[in-house]
Design a protein around this ligand. Structure first.
Ligand code: SF4
Length: 302
């Protein structure tokens, strides 16, 4: 049985940058605090914890003074920068440039929307750190929608400036845009003058992976997708695999891999892939484990 890792899977440049920044600081022997999990992958967080990286939350940040704190790729709302300034905390800002640009665009979009009694709407996951950072650019006024049910929060008789969290799927964004436009027309009738501005702000580091991943998933009998439980990007890319290969399994680590997935005698190739938050070392560990399982289960399979 052949087990192959998708070479295009794994960390995006935003995550690589944040982890490198943390590792550089850890090498100096200083205590390093990170506001929230540095990456949505429990195994990588644990690896860095063992090197000395300490994860803190916003309540802890408010109690801290005179230290250095790392901001991860998801970015932060303005209130975090204000707390740091007030508490003499030096921020090591590893916010991804793509997220920083989006924050800037949301801020400008909010200023424009205010002039015409419009609304800023963000298609994203409630409570996700990046979304919190974006809502913070609008003094907390942006409307977050994660599903069609959330659309009832929008006033369709008023202008809308729509943005997306960087890791949402293009398909989901297109579906949401279509439904908003339909409801605007319904609310305003055929003479509709009130407009929607749509900003497709999905990160291409994520969306560009979809076609390649579909191809990879279709080429293998079984897919093992490795991703942390908190990763939105992981869930959405796993669904991409599932859409072309129903035998696509999502695992966080080797202990979740089941030998029965490979045991029906029809499995010749297994593909291992992951999210933008999945480290290569973890995919390699999963690959080695599957090879080992195959040998133990049936030497003929290996
Ligand atoms: S997925 Fe895109 S926006 Fe998010 S951290 Fe990676 S590069 Fe940045």
């Amino acid at each position: 049985m052949k087990v192959e890792i998708d070479k295009k899977s794994g960390f995006c440049f935003g995550v690589v940058y944040a982890i490198e920044k943390a590792e550089q600081e850890l090498k100096k022997g200083n205590p390093v605090y990170c506001l929230g999990d540095i990456v949505h992958n429990e195994a990588e967080v644990e690896r860095l914890r063992q090197l000395g990286l300490q994860t803190i939350d916003h309540e802890q940040l408010a109690q801290m003074r005179d230290c250095k704190v790392l901001i991860r790729a998801h970015g932060e709302p303005p209130s975090t920068y204000q707390t740091a300034l007030a508490n003499n905390i030096q921020l090591m800002d590893a916010s991804c440039p793509v997220v920083l640009k989006l924050q800037n665009d949301v801020r400008k979009g909010f200023e424009e929307a205010k002039k015409i009694q419009g609304q800023v709407v963000i298609y994203g996951k409630h409570g996700h750190a990046e979304v919190t950072g974006l809502v913070g650019q609008t003094d907390g006024e942006a409307i977050v929608i994660s599903s069609v049910e959330d659309l009832d929060k929008i006033d369709f008789t008023k202008p809308i400036n729509l943005f997306s969290q960087t890791t949402k799927s293009l398909r989901g964004y297109a579906k949401m845009t279509e439904e908003i436009e339909r409801r605007m027309q319904e609310a305003q009738g055929t003479d509709a003058k009130i407009q929607i501005i749509t900003n497709d702000t999905i990160c291409r580091q994520v969306s560009h992976r979809e076609p390649g991943l579909q191809k990879f998933a279709a080429q293998h009998d079984v897919i093992v997708f490795v991703s942390g439980k908190k990763s939105s990007n992981g869930k959405s890319l796993h669904q991409v695999c599932e859409s072309v290969n129903p035998r696509s399994y999502l695992v966080a680590d080797v202990d979740e891999v089941l030998s029965e997935w490979f045991a029906d005698g029809n499995v010749n190739t297994v593909g291992v892939c992951g999210a933008t938050s999945t480290p290569m070392w973890l995919m390699e560990k999963v690959r080695d484990h599957i090879e080992q399982l195959a040998q133990e289960y049936s030497p003929a399979m290996a």
